[in-house]
Design a protein around this ligand. Structure first.
Ligand code: FES
Length: 106
């Protein structure tokens, strides 16, 4: 079973099963992962699904589109490998990926 690991700012680790074709935000909220709100339902309009990827994973995802980049630019805890989880479609190739959560969402 392919899984993604979410690590909170406090170091708590949660695992979620990958369902190919869903967004990373949907996977997180389906599994009640704390720290991802997804308030806009995945419309790239709230920024409450901010995640921080490992550099090796970030480089595989492709660049954020303009609307995601705009939301990220307003994210106080943005890091160089930040993404919005609603804009990442998951696949079983992401098995074992570790996703870090910021201390706060916007
Ligand atoms: S869920 Fe709102 S920007 Fe991702």
């Amino acid at each position: 079973m392919a899984k993604i690991t979410f690590t909170t700012h406090e170091g708590a680790v949660h695992q979620a099963e990958i369902v190919a074709g869903k967004s990373l935000m949907q996977i997180a909220t389906d599994h009640a992962i704390p720290g991802i709100d997804g308030d806009c339902g995945g419309e790239c309009a709230c920024g409450t699904c901010h995640v921080i990827l490992d550099a090796k994973d970030f480089s595989k995802m492709g660049s954020p589109k303009a609307d995601e980049e705009q939301m990220l630019s307003m994210t106080p805890e943005r890091q160089t490998t930040s993404r919005l989880a609603c804009q990442i479609k998951v696949s079983t190739e992401m098995d074992g990926m570790n996703v870090h959560l910021p201390e706060f969402q916007m």
